[in-house]
Design a protein around this ligand. Sequence first.
Ligand code: SIN
Length: 573
Amino acid sequence: MLQRNLFIEGFLILEAKKENSILHFDHIVIGSGLAGLSSALQLGRFGRKVAVITKRAIDECNSKLAQGGVACVIDALDTFDEHVRDTLTAGAGLCNEKAVRAIVENGPAAIDDMISLGTEFTTRGELGYKDDSTAFDLGREGGHHKRRILHAGDITGAELERVMINAVRALPNVQVFEYHIAIDLVISSRVEPGAPARCLGAYVLDIDHSSVVTMLAPTTVLATGGAGKVYLYTSNPDIACGSGVAMAYRAGAKIANMEFIQFHPTVLYHPNVRSFLISEALRGEGAVLKCRYSRDAEPQEFMQKYHPMKSLAPRDIVARAIDAEMKATGEDCVYLDIRHMTEEALKLRFPNIFEKCLSAGINMAKDLIPVVPAAHFVCGGIKTSITGQSSIAGLYAVGETACTGLHGANRLASNSLLEAMVVPRLAAQEINAHFAELKAAYPGDHAALGWYCGNATDADELILISHNWDEIRRFMWDYVGIYRNNKRLERAKDRIVLIQKEIDKYYRDFYVTADLVELRNIATVAELIIDGALARHESRGAHFTADYPAPDPSLECVDTVIVRGQPIFYEKN
Ligand code: SIN
C-alpha cells in the first residue's frame, strides 16, 4: 500500500503504519551522478554501511551527458592562480574566493584518484599530435584563458560515470537502491518540536513496489544534480528536477542564489533532436558563432560586438548576446561554424557530436550547426561549506545541488565536474573525522520516524500533474529566463503561488507517486528561483533584469538566502 506523511505546520504527525519499513545505515547518499557516486565511494572506503538512493537506473544522470570535461591545472604553463582568476571573473563578483581556491587546488589529487581507478582521458597522441603524444590533450572553453580541460573525447561524463559505477559496485558495504525516489528528509525537529534540527535520513518511495521506506542514518548527502526541467528548453535529462534543493528547503536548510540559472549558449536546434548539447569545446577549437542578418546572405560573426573574447566569452555573456541577436533579427536560431576543421579531425576530437549532427543531416565539416541557448546549470543551491556541510546537522550537499561558492553568479565551464569530484572527498574526510560525534548525536532508533499515509486515496485523475508541469516550464522560460524584468517575475510569482496550492492539496489527498514527487519539487524550485530573482535588485552574471540592468557594488560577494518560513535575507559569503 502506498503511504504518505502529513506535515501540519511543519510537524510530522507521528503514526507509524504497519506496512512501513525502516532501514538503518551509517551514511545515505541521494543521487548517483558523479557527485553522488564520488560520495558513496569516498564514504564507502571507510568501511561503513552506505546506501545510495537513485530514482532510475544508476547511470541515468546529468553527469553522464557532460561533454566538455574537467577543468584542472595540469599543464606546466598553467597555475592555480590563473584558474582561480578565470573562475572569479566568470563568477562576476559572487564567488567565495576561499572555496574557489580550495576546489582548484584539490583538483589534481582528485584527478589522480580517477586515473588510478581507470579513467581514460584523451591523450594528444590519440588526436594525431606527434609532439608530447602521451600527455593528456587539454581543451579550452568559454572564460578560460588557458587550455586546462581534461576530456575523454566528447563523452567525458560517461567515462567518469563508468569508472565510478565500477568502483562503487566493487564495495560490498555500499548498497545501491535503483528506482527509489526520495520524497522528503527525515528531520528531528519535526519529530520533537523545539529540538535543534538534525537530518536523520529520508522517506523514499520504492517505485517498483509502490511502498515508502524510511531510510535512516547519522549522515545524509544530497547529490541530486540540477533542475533544468524547471524550464521548457534545457540541455538536462528528464531526471533533473531539483529534488535536493526542494527537500532541503522544506527541511529548513539555507538555500542560496537560486536566481543564477546558467543558460548554455549552444544546444542543437533541430525538430527531431531534443536537448542535445553542442559542447563549448567546439568554440575552444575555434568554432565561431554567426547570425543570419538577411534571408539570402551568409550568416555573419557577431560576438565581437559583445566581448573581447568573442565566441569564447563567459557563458552568460554569450547566451545573452545570442538572445539579443535572435530577438533583433527574428531568427529562430544562430549558427556555429567549425568548418575550418576537417571531417577527420572532427571525428577524432568530437566523435559523439559529429555522429549526432550527422544523424540530423548536419555534416559539421561542411554545414553550419543551428543552435539556441537552453537552461543548463543552477549556480545556486543548498548553501554549504567547502566540505559540503549544510545549515542542518547531519545533512550534506555536493555537486550541482549545492552552493559552495565556487560558481558565484555564473559557473566557469567544466568547473562542475571538478567540484563533483573534489567536494565529496573533502566531505567524506570531515564526516569520517567526526563520525563518532555524529553518531552520538543521532537518535536513529526513534520509534516515531515512520511514514504515515493519513486519509490518502488513489488519485482520481492525473491531468493536474501533466498540466501543472507544462505550465511551470512554459512560464519559467517566458518570464524567468535569460532576460527578466519585474513585471514578468511578478506574473510568474502569481502563477506559482496558485500552482503550489493545488499541488499541496493533491499531495495531501492522494497517494504519493514518482510523478507527483517530481512535480512538487519542480514547483518548489521554480518558486525559489522566482523569489531569488525578485529579491536581487541588480544584474550580475547569469541574472539579468531590465529593471536593474547594472551590478550593485554593495551586493558583491553577497548571497541571496532563503530559509522556509523566514523573509529572504542577504549574507556575505
Ligand atoms: C560543454 O561541454 O559545453 C558543457 C561544459 C560545461 O557545462 O561545463
